[in-house]
Design a protein around this ligand. Sequence first.
Ligand SMILES: Cc1cc2nc3c(=O)[nH]c(=O)nc-3n(C[C@H](O)[C@H](O)[C@H](O)COP(=O)(O)OP(=O)(O)OC[C@H]3O[C@@H](n4cnc5c(N)ncnc54)[C@H](O)[C@@H]3O)c2cc1C
Length: 476
Amino acid sequence: MAIRTGLQYRERLRDGRSIYVNGERVKDVTTYPAFTRTVQTIASLYDLQHEARNLPLLTYPSPKTGQPAGLSFLRVESVEDVMRLMRAEEFRAEATFGLMGRMPDFMNALVTDAAEAAPNFGRREPRFGENVVRYYEECREQDLCLTHTLIDPQIDRSKGPGEQVDPEATLHFVRESDRGIVVRGARMLSTLAPFADEIWVGPFYPRKPGEERYALCFAIPIDTEGLKFICREPYDAGRSAFDRPVSSRFDEEDALAVFDDVLVPWERVFINGDIEASNSYLMYGARHALLQGAIRGIVKLRFMTGLACQVAEAIGRASAPHVQAQLGELVAKVELGNGLLQAAAHEVAAAAGKGMSLRILASTVWVFIPEAQVRAAELIRQLSGSGLILTPSEKDFRNPEISRYLEKYLQGTNLTAQERVRLFKLAWDMLGEQFGSRQLHYEWFYAGDPMFTRSRFYYSPAVNTYKAMVDRLLDR
Ligand SMILES: Cc1cc2nc3c(=O)[nH]c(=O)nc-3n(C[C@H](O)[C@H](O)[C@H](O)COP(=O)(O)OP(=O)(O)OC[C@H]3O[C@@H](n4cnc5c(N)ncnc54)[C@H](O)[C@@H]3O)c2cc1C
């Protein structure tokens, strides 16, 4: 059976990986206090696919063995395929309320896209194209969990990697042997790194002639010798699920990936110095990964909309017309998002085998979702007033000296004080805590720099037809 259980997922994490947090090397990520609840969350996603009622929804027969494989590896050919994939992705995104942008499904989709782009990887050396297809199959058959890293260290963005004060800082090719290539330097960020089995190092920034040694794409296990991850401070500080409803479960972590003379075996090399392959990779469209991102983003928007409605209702403000207009705006955005997903399904199906550009999906992921998420967070903040701040801890409710005051003064509209405080704690965790601040930042930069991704629309051929309308009216 290709699909793994949560237990199998956990067991594989117990390797010799080098993960550093708060100045120490983590011995076992599955038992490290700040990680253990996220491991549990991801393990539960693996377990979900084994439940008999979920099997037809979340799996499909592996083209290699006929055994159930994760549906997020499905290469879609038709609208029916896309609809099936969407149902599965929606179900899995809902399991985490859309709060884990890099749940395993994202990279499952991205390696599926990579397999479709095999001719690009193999344009100079056909074996690299074959490697990427084999790697996709390996990920599917072993149900692997991947992190990825695309971005060079943010040292001086006005210069290329070779012009930096230290040209060695950016991940680069060092030498090759009959075993593979040796790489050195760093990449950022690598979300999910402590919880993944493998890292995908992909192309992203356009490389110029002369920057061949920075044009790389490969994938290796997290415990590869010389590969180290230095994590940001974890957001799960051990608080209860009452006090931190989301940061206690969904902190997917972000890390700097350091490659200290790491050997990448030839069978795992997809690009090595081929600038053309590196630069044209993104043009292949990444239809599965964009679709997964769009579904996850819309699911989260539904959750944020529900949260906004509950916050307003908890304090009796939902009856005010201007509050209803604000809530209605969010609901309308969800409807718009739902419609975009339906339209995207047709676009994704039509793009099968053609590598055509995905305008609906790109505008959904690059423009609509970041803006809608920021707006939802802003409205929840505005609607909540002081309730967002006055959220005593679970322990206060257990203290008989004060709990009766809390029960009396912090109750809400049709809510007990504990219910109301829990709700506002959720809102605070989503907006005010480190977890929530990162969520917003993440949505903004999810698909790259949003200014850059938007500016690409200006070069769309459709712009000429819009300008032609003005000419027509002005009789030009
Ligand atoms: C929480 C989080 C998780 C992430 N996870 C991952 C991950 O798992 N894997 C991964 O590969 N990446 C990840 N990223 C990185 C993400 O892809 C990048 O943040 C994104 O591509 C933007 O690049 P940057 O951070 O280097 O910002 P920059 O490109 O340095 O942008 C910073 C600012 O400079 C502006 N700017 C851009 N170009 C110009 C210009 N020419 N002139 C003036 N200003 C300009 C931008 O608009 C922006 O406001 C993550 C990022 C975040 C925030």
